[in-house]
Design a protein around this ligand. Structure first.
Ligand code: PHB
Ligand code: FE
Length: 331
């Protein structure tokens, strides 16, 4: 089902924020909270999320184009990507709401839900709040009445590599005084570059770079960037601090390589949100997240994580049809 959205562009007299509607869902925010409402079987339902939590999740959903599979903002509200269309749901993957038929799921064409989410993100993000930053690196500006906007933060363009980082002609690798500063937590990370001895004639094709130095200058958290592609295999390193703002229910297996410090993962049943496991990952640990779980990470200090994704577009159907085991390794 595709429904048109009505965006009420009149800001609230009380707090300055606009309200939004998409399909049968409506959204409004006040000084502290985002409120989501829906009607199911004639019964009005509502759900409240702290505005900072909502905006951090909304930022990821927008920036990642709805990501792989499911993005749970919390244990009630979220989206599922069908690559061209997106489900928006409340309660559909919450065991209790689902059992009582109080959930609602509607499907939208991607451009429509994307436009609605972008407009809401823009309107609800105040001037001094950066939803990509670690809490210690932004202000509490999400609290209170509407005050300005932070377009620079929410429209951050990824710096796109022209070539493999480190090779002549690449512009993205800025480990120099013109690039981003080293993060406070990574001030001790060496910026030595690897020594590479290249067979004559291959100088413009062989290269290496210091990934730790590169990541030590990341100015965002929980935002994997693709640094290498080999067929469908994507290496997506990222720096993490505090809580992954979504609980991700992937539509395929994914691997985590903890490159520094520690992240604790809370793993749940993706259909119901019931607890499944806690995975404590210390520097050097590798884990695979099965294709039928949802996971959220907790990083007490800024840490470096490599997310390894398989971008093969056939995978969601193979898992959904039970043709691939949900765990990549059978012990
Ligand atoms: C994930 O859901 O697997 C994920 C997303 C963003 C990150 C790390 C992990 O920064
Ligand atoms: Fe994930």
């Amino acid at each position: 089902m595709s429904v048109t959205n009505i965006i009420s562009s009149t800001p609230s007299i009380e707090n300055g924020y606009c309200s939004f509607e998409l399909g049968s869902f409506s959204f409004h925010r006040d000084e502290y909270f985002a409120h989501i409402s829906w009607v199911v079987n004639g019964r009005g339902m509502s759900h409240t999320i702290s505005a900072d939590v909502f905006l951090r999740a909304l930022m990821r959903d927008v920036a990642w184009g709805f990501f792989y599979g499911r993005v749970n903002f919390d244990n009630v509200f979220g989206t599922t990507n069908h690559y061209g269309q997106v489900d928006m749901f409340a309660g559909s993957y919450n065991g209790d709401l689902k059992a009582k038929n109080l959930d609602l799921l509607e499907t939208f064409d991607t451009p429509l839900i994307m436009a609605t989410f972008k407009t809401m993100l823009d309107d609800w993000t105040n001037e001094s709040f950066d939803p990509f930053a670690a809490p210690d690196e932004t202000t509490q500006g999400w609290i209170g009445k509407k005050s300005g906007s932070n377009l620079a933060a929410i429209n951050r363009e990824r710096q796109v590599c022209q070539r493999q980082p480190g090779l002549p002609g690449d512009v993205a690798l800025r480990v120099d005084e013109d690039g981003y500063p080293q993060n406070r937590a990574f001030a001790d990370v060496s910026e030595d570059e690897p020594e590479v001895y290249i067979e004559p004639g291959f100088e413009s094709e062989v290269g290496a770079f210091n990934l730790f130095a590169f990541l030590s200058r990341s100015n965002v958290t929980w935002n994997p960037s693709i640094t290498s592609i080999c067929k469908e295999s994507l290496f997506c390193p990222t720096t993490e601090e505090y809580i992954l703002p979504i609980a991700h229910g992937n539509d395929r297996c994914e691997w985590f390589f903890q490159m520094s410090d520690q992240i604790d993962w809370k793993v749940e049943n993706d259909e119901t949100g019931q607890p499944r496991a806690k995975v404590v990952m210390k520097a050097g640990d590798i884990a695979a997240m099965p294709a039928d779980c949802r996971h959220t990470g907790y990083s007490p200090k800024r840490s470096m994580l490599l997310v390894w994704e398989n971008a093969n577009p056939e995978l969601p159907k193979l898992y959904a049809d039970g043709k691939l085991p949900v765990n990549p390794i059978q012990f």
